[in-house]
Design a protein around this ligand. Structure first.
Ligand SMILES: *[C@@H]1O[C@H](CO)[C@@H](O)[C@H](O)[C@H]1NC(C)=O
Ligand SMILES: *[C@@H]1O[C@H](CO)[C@@H](O)[C@H](O)[C@H]1NC(C)=O
Ligand SMILES: *[C@@H]1O[C@H](CO)[C@@H](O)[C@H](O)[C@H]1NC(C)=O
Ligand SMILES: *[C@@H]1O[C@H](CO)[C@@H](O)[C@H](O)[C@H]1NC(C)=O
Ligand SMILES: *[C@@H]1O[C@H](CO)[C@@H](O)[C@H](O)[C@H]1NC(C)=O
Ligand SMILES: *[C@@H]1O[C@H](CO)[C@@H](O)[C@H](O)[C@H]1NC(C)=O
Ligand SMILES: *[C@@H]1O[C@H](CO)[C@@H](O)[C@H](O)[C@H]1NC(C)=O
Ligand SMILES: *[C@@H]1O[C@H](CO)[C@@H](O)[C@H](O)[C@H]1NC(C)=O
Length: 422
């Protein structure tokens, strides 16, 4: 009915619409336990090419998977796309997309296309109803690729802008950008916070990553606020020219580069990544017990241990030219960490995926351990050019800081007393 109203606007103002060369679709939630998916799809079909879709305030009930193909268009989302929390429905593989290659992750909402803006004006976005999912999975096995859906997926996007967008209680990864280029996210909130007292003190929100970037070039993550129980940002294979600026991470594992090298025969390249003005903020332990790292880097080993999405290893590639500057830490467990043994065993072949040119500059705040830097590079491909400048993180009172570099070829800027093993 409401969409009929939108069509009415179109037909009434046909002359003006044609004169402007664009169309406008305006929606209001149907309400009363009804389903909004049809009217949302119809609005995107009518106005998603060269037009403007205006969602008025309210909750839009989305009951099935949905793709928006936007070209030369604009979406003003003043309300929430509320994904119906029917967990078993969504877990049927027929009811989600698998457009994200890595780990065969599922998506319930995919945006594709080019030259578009989605602006949620800080008052709209996605309601993920994650608490229902976290309760459901609290006593079940969680695995990559198990069908828990990514809340908001950009796939095959060129020149897309997402502005002031809120994602409340993502069940799984909050965002993914894959196979895309020239994407700007300016203003993003993701909040995976358990409120079930039965799980106080536990991390029942694993895999609620703020974003995973994959096979994408030129992506900006500006002004992000992430509350999660996993990676605040995760830079995965073939992410190049990535800028993350002004990011607050509340709880979770911290900022990740990886995991990389999961797929044998596939090279993962991460080049030219800058993280700046990043805050890692520990939450009360009843809410979220983890606040892992400032930034951490991880690869699988050189051996193949099972197959993706859950196993893997043996993949190549490299990581280079990553700058992490102006980090503020609040009681982080392992401030700067690099390891190349993800999913591995002690007698595995070492990883052949090399890290070089990593810069850490202007770090302050507090660590819960006295090991501020712990770089464990692969003996097969030691790390050249590890540069530290003004890394000034306080250790627990009375403890001396330690800096560990294993298989590091050329380090600059750490105190002379650091431990170097190669
Ligand atoms: C969403 O629509 C479905 C199908 O009509 C309905 O069962 C469900 O109650 C609706 N949810 C809300 C929150 O209105
Ligand atoms: C999106 O729309 C454009 C323009 O009509 C079309 O070329 C493209 O194939 C569509 N993409 C998808 C994924 O449907
Ligand atoms: C998925 O869809 C296919 C084709 O319609 C059907 O054969 C299959 O049973 C469905 N799977 C599930 C789990 O419902
Ligand atoms: C999980 O816990 C709920 C109650 O919290 C219970 O009803 C359900 O049977 C349990 N499921 C499994 C698989 O143990
Ligand atoms: C996240 O959600 C929790 C629980 O609803 C709330 O207490 C907290 O203020 C929210 N955080 C942000 C940053 O919105
Ligand atoms: C940083 O991002 C937050 C949103 O997470 C925003 O409120 C704040 O204004 C931004 N700060 C600057 C200096 O732009
Ligand atoms: C990354 O790009 C390189 C070519 O630049 C390609 O060989 C490799 O397969 C790509 N890896 C992934 C994970 O797509
Ligand atoms: C690392 O930096 C050096 C010096 O700036 C540069 O010559 C080299 O190409 C860089 N390495 C990579 C893999 O980009």
């Amino acid at each position: 009915m409401r969409f009929a109203f939108g069509v009415w606007i179109l037909s009434t103002f046909t002359a003006r619409v044609i004169a402007l060369g664009s169309s406008v679709c305006s929606l209001t939630p149907v309400g009363h336990g009804k389903d909004d998916t049809n009217q949302v799809e119809a609005a995107i079909a009518h106005c998603g090419h060269g037009g403007n879709i205006i969602f008025n305030a309210g909750q839009y009930n989305i009951t099935r998977k949905m793709t928006w193909n936007l070209t030369n268009s604009r979406v003003d989302l003043h309300g929430y796309l509320n994904f119906n929390p029917d967990v078993e429905y969504w877990l049927n593989p027929n009811n989600t997309y698998r457009v994200v290659f890595i780990q065969s992750q599922a998506s319930w909402f995919v945006v594709t296309g080019r030259d578009f803006v989605i602006d949620a004006h800080n008052v709209g976005g996605i309601q993920g109803n994650g608490q229902t999912w976290w309760n459901y999975f609290s006593n079940r096995t969680r695995e990559d690729g198990d069908g828990r859906p990514i809340a908001f997926t950009l796939s095959h996007v060129t020149k897309g802008i997402v502005r002031n967008f809120r994602i409340e209680s993502q069940p799984f990864w909050c965002n993914t950008v894959a196979d895309s280029k020239n994407v700007i996210y300016d203003g993003m909130l993701c909040n995976a916070t358990n409120t079930n007292p039965a799980f106080a003190g536990q991390n029942v929100v694993p895999n609620t990553d703020g974003i995973d970037t994959y096979r994408s070039d030129d992506v900006q993550l500006l002004n992000w606020d992430i509350t999660c129980g996993d990676d605040c940002l995760a830079i995965k294979g073939n992410s190049t020219n990535i800028l993350a600026s002004n990011v607050s991470c509340h709880g979770g594992n911290g900022v990740a580069v990886g995991s990389l090298g999961q797929y044998v025969g596939l090279n993962d390249i991460v080049d030219h990544v800058t993280f700046e003005d990043v805050k890692l903020l520990r939450l009360p332990s009843t809410v979220q017990p983890n606040m892992g790292s400032g930034v951490y880097f991880k690869t699988w080993t050189g051996s193949v241990n099972g197959v993706p999405p859950t196993g893997g290893g043996g993949g190549g590639g490299f990581v280079s030219n990553v700058i992490s500057r102006r980090f503020t830490l609040d009681r982080v467990s392992n401030p700067i960490h690099l390891y190349q043994t993800n999913g591995g065993h002690s007698n595995d072949t070492p990883s052949g995926l090399q890290f070089s040119n990593l810069t850490f500059e202007d770090w302050q705040g507090t660590s819960l351990s006295n090991t501020i830097v712990n770089l464990q590079c692969s003996p097969a491909v030691p790390c050249p050019n590890m540069l530290f400048k003004d890394v000034d993180v306080a250790t627990p009172s009375g403890q001396g800081a330690s800096f560990v570099c294993v298989n590091v070829i050329n380090e600059e800027g750490l105190p002379g007393a650091f431990i170097m093993i190669d």
